[in-house]
Design a protein around this ligand. Structure first.
Ligand code: 5RP
Length: 299
């Protein structure tokens, strides 16, 4: 291990220079991967835009029936058609998502804690790779707690997923957790996202932060941005807009969609930002117009 005393701060991020090794493939860092990996990544990231709208509804795995997700069987089928990828547990998907929706799946494959505990950072890989294959998963999602008590075990879980995923060409999505007391600084996200990419994750899910362009530049795989706690729709659309402008390859949004007053309209507005380049103002107007229209026709 290099001596970190007197280590120079990283600063040459060349944010305005595009990622170099793209080959002829639309997903960052994936040019050298094999056909199966590319096929699965193309189900998540649309080839036309290179981006994705993931709908995250995996919250129940440690929070139980979260607000908005009390009845996944009723809500998710209404939203799924507007998502490129569904991020959830095998239990939620098998029970509540019709198999003929044919959506790509980012299968939540790590767990170990619940909100009854103070320290949520202890997770391991709990899904067999055969199970991911049976569910036709396009990615396996593993949460990591960099800088927390559970760092070592979650790094091991991520590496295990990458090893098994490589065997069967299933990409791993490394999820950067920000639990209680955890840093949310640019320095932290630079470190955590890069670590996950270096471990071999083909996608990294993270949070938006100051100097997000630097975080994107230093991470050789696509970053998708989590929504975080519920904020007004306008603010959530601004977050999505800023993330996309900063170089994110999409969003993986949960509460800001399913806790919205108008979840179906909200996910469509998010799509407009991610895939059609609408500004947050334009997307918010779209959201309001669509919600009004649907109220009038009684949808
Ligand atoms: C938790 C997750 C969630 O999927 C993530 O937090 C996204 O949901 P939200 O937009 O509600 O934050 O990865 O570990």
């Amino acid at each position: 291990m290099a001596d970190i005393e007197g280590n120079k701060n990283a600063k040459q991020f060349a944010e305005d220079v595009a990622f170099a090794n793209t080959g002829d493939f639309h997903v960052r860092g994936a040019a050298n991967l094999d056909w199966g990996m590319k096929d699965r990544l193309s189900r998540i990231f649309r080839p036309e835009t290179g981006k994705t709208v993931m709908l995250a509804f995996d919250h129940g795995y440690f929070m139980g029936p979260t607000s908005g997700l009390e009845r996944i069987d009723l809500l998710i089928p209404r939203l799924a058609q507007y998502a490129d990828c569904l991020m959830a547990t095998r239990g939620a998907i098998r029970t509540s998502v019709p198999a003929n929706y044919n959506k790509s799946i980012a299968l939540r494959a790590s767990s170990g804690s619940s909100i009854l505990q103070d320290d949520l950072s202890h997770e391991s890989m709990v899904i067999d790779i055969e199970e991911a294959i049976k569910m036709n998963a396009s990615a396996i999602a593993i949460q990591t707690f960099i800088g927390s008590d559970g760092q070592k075990e979650t790094i091991e879980a991520l590496n295990k997923a990458v090893n098994l995923g490589s065997r069967y060409s299933i990409p791993t999505m490394g999820v950067v957790a920000v639990g209680k007391e955890m840093e949310r600084t640019t320095r932290f996200f630079l470190l955590a996202t890069r670590m996950l990419a270096e471990f071999g994750a083909q996608i990294v899910k993270t949070y938006y932060c100051d100097d997000f362009e630097k975080v994107v530049s230093a991470c050789p795989v696509p970053l998708v941005v989590a929504g975080g706690k519920k904020v007004p729709e306008k603010d959530a659309l601004t977050l999505a807009y800023n993330a996309i402008q900063g170089g994110a390859a999409g969003v993986d949004m949960g509460r800001n969609i399913f806790q919205s007053e108008h979840p179906e309209e909200m996910i469509q507005a998010i799509n407009k930002v991610v895939h059609e380049g609408l500004t947050s103002k334009e997307a918010y107007e779209f959201y309001l117009d669509l919600a009004n229209e649907n109220l009038q026709v009684g949808n």
